[in-house]
Design a protein around this ligand. Structure first.
Ligand code: SAH
Length: 218
């Protein structure tokens, strides 16, 4: 498999024609090797235009969705970013390429550990991962310039909103467990200014300010 070629095709065929135009975002997608974040048996599909299973009932998001969420964060390189839902760690690597420091929370320990191992091997030094309930945010390092939630919320978790800086941006899928609107929220004078950018389908955000575990039959 020529993954370098597949990566370039992903950028040209899936991202650029759909409106991903932030040069820094495109550079990061050309750089980060998605195949290393995907389970070995699915590696050949790493650059497919769809989400993939990463075990524990969770998924690595479709490349376009990762790119769109990243573009909506308007990163310049100086930001402190909180990611809720580490999953495979692929999105985490993209954020680490484009910002100063990334804090990422994952509720499933095995996924968090696996992502951590891969990211360490890739020599990222600006990522910290926490195993826990991301709907509570990560108070210790707050406030954040940007917050990205990569699982579906019924409502914006209030601790995350509290931990977002004034003029900060949060990107979060909000809706039912079956489908959501990708929302971009800017905090202006303490209040959320909300814009919807796309329809999407994410796995549920489970936690104190999210869905109950029973939504997944766990
Ligand atoms: N960006 C990731 C998306 C993974 S799917 C990727 O592309 O690989 C969303 C992840 O959110 C899952 O791994 C799920 O376990 C996690 N998650 C769900 N609820 C959470 C919570 N309250 N706190 C932290 N992680 C959560």
């Amino acid at each position: 498999m020529n993954y370098d070629r597949l990566r370039e095709e992903m950028v040209r065929e899936q991202l650029i024609p759909r409106g991903i135009e932030d040069e820094r975002v495109l550079v990061s997608f050309r750089k980060v090797k998605r195949e290393v974040f995907v389970p070995a048996e699915l590696r050949e599909d790493a650059y497919g235009d769809f989400p993939l299973s990463i075990g524990e009932g969770q998924t690595i998001s479709q490349p376009y969705m990762v790119a769109l969420m990243t573009q909506c964060l308007e990163l310049t390189g100086n930001e402190k970013v909180l990611e809720i839902g580490t999953g495979s760690g692929y999105q985490t690597a993209i954020l680490a390429e484009l910002s100063k420091q990334v804090y990422s929370i994952e509720r499933i320990r095995t996924l968090a550990r696996r992502a951590e191992e891969i990211l360490e091997k890739l020599n990222y030094t600006n990522i910290k991962i926490l195993v826990g309930d991301g709907t509570l945010g990560w108070k210790e390092f707050s406030p954040y310039d940007r917050i990205l939630v990569t699982a579906a919320a019924e409502e914006i978790p209030s601790p995350a909103m509290d931990q977002l800086k004034e003029k900060g941006i949060m990107v979060i899928p909000v809706g039912s467990i079956y489908s959501q609107d990708l929302k971009v929220i800017k905090k202006e004078k303490g209040r959320p200014k909300v814009k919807t950018v796309e329809r999407c389908v994410f796995v549920p955000l489970i936690g104190k300010y999210g869905w109950d575990e029973s939504v997944r039959g766990e």
